[in-house]
Design a protein around this ligand. Structure first.
Ligand code: D5M
Ligand code: FE
Ligand code: ZN
Length: 486
């Protein structure tokens, strides 16, 4: 019903309508129901429909329901780059060689954007430089160890050779920095060569590819927001269905304070970073922890919940280690046969893990975050209680899976598509079931927690999840609000 249709309907009923009421009515998706109610209520109450008449009818609830949400007024702007499709995967030794060569090349490219590293040398050039001289070199870390005297030795290699880089114990600042360096990091070293038993480099400074200062693209004017979730674990005994339903109600602007509902009506995008269902056969004894033991039924239940998301939103779904797709990263999207109802939902975009999504000009790098288990257990100073700080390692190293050969299986390809070649506005992870938000040089690092309470396994490990929270990123202010549903 448009404005003139509304006026005509009231005129037919021999009624006039106050301009403020008319203005309100035209904002509603389908005002016909309320127009009829107003006509009926006016039968004994005079001939003008006033704002008071609307209030007297107590139809503000209907008003809210029928009203077009702010996010509905905006056309979708979405582009996806699913890196699992970037380069062919090769599961052989040659594939791994190409993969790590590509990691090195991508690292060099980032470093060479810095004016002071344009003239960096190759390892063989360093080995050939005679006597004591100042050098700059970029390479992959082959290993990190302590010498007998307690100095740190990092073996740095590139396609031309390998050289030990020594960090003297006295250099406390550099020692501290080196504690976060792991094998296969791409690093740059500035130092001096010293030759006693073969060439070595004494490091003066070390750096990771990192993020340039002031990377942030200019914020958008649209008053839209992105809600970020992960680790729903439908099918698990610990899936928090009540809290998840509260989240869905909030998305529908049916729950929360006025301010919270104002935020809800600006949500245009919902991003899900993996572990949608609990899956089957993920860990020994899991069967005893499942309320839904059939994976098809788990996805079917999840799809029903996802259908409750308002229809003007776009939903991007990326898999995690509990989902039905290959386990090696980059992961392909959840297989269609397991989740047909997600594939047939027109609001849903099924992508791989990781994936770059540009949502109204805001770039989101979605990665489930399995590598964070290794970061937290191997790199000093990281913990499950600060997932955002653990994510700092990923963005500084510009690598989603820094540690190879531990918890995360990697599918090698001619390109290392786990290297972060485009710095995103948001890096979104899940997996560790704790929530955290951190701003780093214009990049917002967000871990979206979970909708699963503590499992038996996590109890044994004394892991404390922090479930039922949803970070919501405002694209115009770049602020993140954490909504709590637990
Ligand atoms: O993982 C949720 C968190 O719990 C993540 O940090 C790993 C840890 N976790 C859960 N189950 C296991 C097992 N069986 N071994 C080691 N670590 C585990 P999620 O991917 O949701 O299971
Ligand atoms: Fe999970
Ligand atoms: Zn996980």
């Amino acid at each position: 019903m448009n404005e003139s249709e509304i006026i005509c309907r009231f005129l037919d009923a021999e009624l006039c309508v106050h301009p403020n009421v008319l203005q309100e009515l035209t904002k509603w998706k389908d005002p016909s129901e309320i127009v009829e109610k107003l006509i009926k209520s006016a039968e004994n109450n005079g001939s003008i429909i006033t704002p008071d008449a609307v209030r007297a009818l107590d139809c503000e609830v209907i008003v809210k329901k029928g009203k077009r949400r702010l996010a509905e007024e905006y056309e979708t702007e979405i582009t996806l780059r699913d890196v699992s499709k970037d380069s062919p995967r090769k599961g052989n030794i040659e594939g791994f060689v190409e993969h790590f060569n590509s990691r090195y090349e991508k690292g060099v490219k980032v470093f060479k954007e810095r004016p002071n590293l344009v003239d960096s040398m190759t390892v063989s050039q360093v080995l050939e430089s005679k006597g004591k001289s100042e050098i700059k070199v970029i390479g992959l870390v082959e290993s990190v160890r302590k010498s007998k005297k307690g100095n740190t030795i990092i073996m740095v290699e590139d396609p031309t050779g390998i050289i030990p880089v020594v960090i003297l114990n006295a250099d406390r600042e550099l020692v501290e920095l080196s504690r976060s360096i792991v094998a296969d990091d791409v690093i740059s070293v500035e130092g001096v060569t010293g030759s006693r038993e073969g060439e070595i480099v004494i490091a003066k400074s070390l750096s990771l590819p990192d993020v340039p200062f002031s990377m942030a693209s200019s914020p958008r004017e649209e008053p839209l927001a992105i809600a970020l979730i992960s680790d729903i674990h439908v099918g698990s005994f610990e899936f928090m269905e009540k809290e998840f339903t509260r989240f869905l109600k909030w998305l529908n602007c049916e729950l929360g304070s006025k301010r919270q509902q104002e935020l809800a009506q600006r949500v245009k995008y919902l991003v899900v970073a993996g572990d949608l269902v609990d899956g089957v056969g993920i860990y020994p004894g899991q069967i005893d922890d499942l309320t839904i033991k059939d994976i098809y039924e788990q996805y079917s239940r999840l799809s029903k919940l996802i259908e409750m998301v308002p229809d003007y939103m776009e939903i991007i779904i990326s898999p995690g280690n509990h989902d039905a797709t290959r386990q090696a990263e980059p992961q392909t999207p959840i297989f269609e046969d397991f989740a047909p109802d997600l594939y047939s939902n027109p609001m849903v975009h099924m992508v791989g893990n990781p994936c770059y999504a540009s949502l109204h000009g805001t770039s989101v790098l979605i990665y489930h975050g399995r590598s964070m288990d290794d970061i937290i257990s191997k790199v000093p100073g990281n913990s499950y209680s600060s997932p955002d700080k653990a994510m700092l390692n990923l963005i500084k190293k510009r690598q989603l899976v820094p540690i190879f050969g531990e918890k995360v299986p990697v599918s090698p390809g001619s390109e290392d598509c786990l290297f972060i070649d485009k710095v995103p506005d948001i890096l979104h992870c899940g997996h560790v079931h704790t929530t955290g938000v951190l701003n780093y040089r214009g990049v917002t690092l967000i871990n979206s927690g979970a909708f699963q309470s503590q499992t038996e396994f996590q109890k044994k490990l004394n892991m404390q999840p922090d479930p039922g929270k949803v970070p919501v990123f405002d694209i115009s202010t770049r602020n993140t609000t954490i909504m709590k549903f637990a």
